[in-house]
Design a protein around this ligand. Structure first.
Ligand code: ATP
Ligand code: PMV
Length: 533
């Protein structure tokens, strides 16, 4: 791979990556035999990397150690300072300088996700460039700001403080990168994959800023085949850092979505990371040979996916919360103890998941081949409940032809498949004693899929109590009051039994991690400058 010159310009390096919702394939996607359908979101994580300029030398002596200052301005006590020490030609250490932040608690916090991202990225950088070149790229050091769109963290308290109802309009009124008023350890996350998006944007930004990958690495789009070597390296390194920070090797669908965007994802064999999974690995552990895109052991598969035109993903944060790792361990324990029954169930669910992916992709093809019947069909079904979509015996009258009916039949099939997936995921939960779609979520989802214009829905990822997803018709030029999303919002805002709060996130059409311009991102320049050292 051609080395790029480091971006030692005064311009900051700004990189963003999307959040995610695993709409089909929870638990199955942990095994390479099965795939998961993951939608990347418009809600994104942003990393801004500035070089500490000569005019702003760090507090230590001008020729003191190289420093990396990291800030997360949305949180209290979320500033971390690191010293960078080069131990010989191919080893680098990144040590946190524990400073009294003057916080109420008086104690400095640590952040394993940030620390490991810095440490392992710089280690890889010294193995791809020379320590000397890297030291030049680092200069006095780096000033890094990381922020996530408001969706990643519950905004309930902020809405209540401003006496705003929990609606999409209210969420739009909140400041970008809103302060949470709490420490990271105390924030209510919403399940969009903050750690995966954070690590992907931070690692990708560092690789660019330090010239380890070419400046155009994230211009190409598409899945693994079309992706650049730089994007693939960012993927492998982000997967490694994320697994190390989380202390386990999950399926990696969240990092893959953060890197490549919406996709049908098939995991890599976790054995590829085994040699590196010790946090105490020596600073000069050889990373490049294992993490390089040329290492065929990275046998993940990414098939680009997008939701059908004129439909919209809706996500809700259900204020009940679940502990994903414990759900996963219980399901996998049951699967191990009941292999025959589990295999049959996994096979049935996988068949439904793959059909859902094909039917939704088939609808996109129909919009391209018969745009007018497609758009008329979406407009028609957006006004009536799913159970009535084929009820009209004269559906092909009044100038509507077979293609019109065929589109509606495809939407009916997508609806039926998502209901069948729900049935089987509930069965997985009942058999393993895990609340994957507990009764409270079933009641909420049943109420939602009965709304006119709603295609289907379910519990994303591991399920539990903390979120639901819906796919709804979203015809253009439709009065807001007649949109299915408006009807859904009303049901959510008046729902009794669970506290259901919408997220602004929709499906992102951008393909994963990409470079941003500071001035193009609403509120980002202000939040960076407001917290400049
Ligand atoms: N804005 C941020 N700045 C710094 N670190 C963050 C930020 N947001 C999240 N993190 C890091 O990510 C960790 C959360 O990772 P964890 O794996 O526990 O959750 P997750 O599965 O990514 O959560 P969710 O999917 O709900 O976002 C936090 O403990 C923190 O270390
Ligand atoms: C259960 C699992 O398959 C999905 C977890 O998804 P989520 O974190 O609940 O969005 C675990 C994994 O894929 O790593």
């Amino acid at each position: 791979m051609a080395m790029a010159s480091s971006s030692s310009s005064l311009e900051p390096t700004v990189v963003s990556s999307p959040g995610k919702a695993l709409v089909a394939g929870g638990y199955l996607v942990l095994e390479p035999a099965y795939s998961g359908l993951v939608v990347s979101t418009t809600s994104r994580f942003y990393t801004v990397i500035d070089s500490i300029s000569d005019s702003d030398p760090p507090p230590s002596a001008p020729d003191g150690p190289i420093q990396i200052r990291v800030r997360s301005p949305q949180f209290l006590d979320a500033t971390w300072l690191y010293f960078v020490e080069f131990d010989g030609p191919d080893a680098v250490r990144v040590e946190q300088v524990l400073q009294n932040t003057g916080s109420a608690s008086g104690s400095a916090t640590t952040n394993k996700f940030v620390h490991l991202a810095l440490q392992r990225t710089l280690a890889l950088a010294t193995q791809r460039r020379s320590a000397g070149t890297l030291q030049n790229s680092l200069g006095h050091g780096l000033d890094i700001t990381i922020v996530g769109d408001n969706d990643f963290y519950s905004q309930r308290a902020q809405l209540a403080e401003q006496k705003l109802a929990p609606t999409l309009d209210s969420l739009e009124k909140l400041p970008a990168f809103n302060k949470t008023g709490v420490r990271l350890a105390d924030v209510h996350k919403t399940g969009l994959g903050s750690s995966a998006a954070l690590i992907t944007s931070l690692v990708s930004g560092l690789l660019l800023h330090l010239g380890v990958i070419p400046a155009d690495s994230f211009l190409t789009e598409g899945g693994t085949e079309a992706a650049s070597e730089g994007r693939k390296l960012a993927h492998n390194l982000s997967q490694y850092v994320h697994c190390l920070a989380q202390g386990k090797v999950g399926s990696g669908f969240d990092v893959s979505a953060a890197v490549f965007g919406s996709q049908l994802y098939t995991r890599f064999d976790p054995a590829v990371l085994a040699p590196l999974m010790s946090e105490s690995a020596p600073p000069n552990t050889p990373l490049d040979a294992i993490l390089s895109p040329s290492n065929k052991a990275w046998n993940y598969r990414v098939e680009p996916f997008k939701l059908p035109p004129q439909t919209r993903l809706m996500l809700a944060d259900v204020d009940a919360g679940s502990d994903t790792p414990s759900l996963v361990s219980k399901v996998l324990k049951w699967r191990k103890e009941n292999p025959a029954e589990a295999d049959a169930l996994w096979t049935a669910i996988d068949a439904l998941n793959m059909r859902l992916s094909r039917v939704l992709s088939g609808l996109t093809e129909r919009e391209q081949s018969t745009p007018t019947p497609y758009r008329k069909a979406v407009k028609y079904i957006s006004t009536i409940q799913g159970v009535q979509w084929l009820a009209n015996p004269n559906i092909t009258a009044n100038g509507n032809h077979a293609e019109f009916k065929a589109v509606i039949e495809a939407f009916v099939e997508a609806r039926q498949i998502s209901e069948d997936i729900r049935d089987n995921m509930r069965k997985m939960g009942e058999l393993s004693g895990v609340p994957i779609e507990p009764p409270e979520q079933t009641a909420l989802l049943d109420a939602c899929v009965g709304i006119a214009g709603v295609i289907g829905g379910g519990v994303p990822g591991a399920g539990g109590y903390d979120a639901i997803w819906l796919l709804v018709c979203d015809p253009p030029n439709c009065p807001p009051a007649e949109l299915p999303s408006t009807r859904v919002e009303h049901v959510w805002s008046t729902y009794k039994g669970l506290d259901v709060s919408p997220l602004l996130a929709a499906e992102s059409v951008a393909k994963g991690v990409h470079v941003e311009r500071l001035e193009d991102v609403k509120g980002l320049g202000e939040v960076v400058r407001a917290h400049a050292p």
